[in-house]
Design a binder for this molecule. Structure first.
Ligand SMILES: [Zn+2]
Ligand SMILES: [Zn+2]
Length: 205
């Protein structure tokens, strides 16, 4: 059996061409894969160019280097993680939010910087911050301006705050009228002698 050297040479040529084509395709696909991968992991254009260059120049060792150095999380995963952390933080801390625009506010802010909603008012006596519905400063017990009432205990003032004022006034009224039904004539009797006394005093003088 004799080998034709030409056939052997053709086979070798074919094998080399096939291997070269395969390696070229592998190189191209690895570069494309790297470009797609780094695009989902980094926003920085320089990092993207560097990653593609490393794989394009160094080929398989470059891919190994890229796999070691690439960002651990994709941008999507990073975003999801940020959302979860924010949600967790809100449930833990009960962050105060603006009643107008629901954005985060600091507890010592007087107004919302985003929507200009009034958040707190200042005690005119001691200068500390009070909630808007409060009629009384909890630090120095000074009533808020326009809310000053004479001869009223603090308990009365606090009880009157949450309920509507008309309901409070309407409730005791019928009770008083029922009680005063019987002594009404007595009042008239008492008033008459007074009148008589005045008249008599006037006639005397
Ligand atoms: Zn706001
Ligand atoms: Zn005060």
């Amino acid at each position: 059996m004799t080998f034709d050297p030409n056939i052997l040479g053709n086979f070798t040529l074919f094998g080399i061409a096939f291997g070269a084509a395969f390696i070229a395709a592998l190189w191209l696909s690895l570069v494309i894969w790297t470009y797609r991968d780094i695009r989902s992991r980094a926003r920085d254009p320089l990092a993207r160019v560097l990653a593609v260059l490393v794989v394009a120049v160094l080929f398989l060792p470059g891919l190994l280097v890229y796999a070691i150095l690439r960002p651990a999380r994709t941008l999507e995963e990073e975003y999801q993680r940020t959302l979860e952390e924010e949600a967790l933080l809100q449930t833990i801390e009960e962050v105060p939010v603006c009643p107008g625009c629901s954005r985060h506010i600091e507890p010592d802010w007087m107004a919302c910087p985003h929507c200009h909603t009034r958040l707190k008012k200042r005690c005119h006596q001691c200068g500390r911050l009070m909630e808007l519905p409060w009629n009384l400063c909890p630090y120095c017990t000074t009533p808020a301006p326009g809310m000053r009432r004479e001869n009223i205990t603090m308990e009365d003032a606090l009880q009157a705050l949450p309920v509507e004022p008309p309901a409070d006034e309407a409730a005791p009224a019928p009770v008083e009228s029922m009680e005063t039904e019987t002594p009404e004539p007595a009042d008239e009797n008492q008033a008459e002698p007074g009148k008589n006394a005045e008249e008599s005093a006037g006639s005397q003088g």
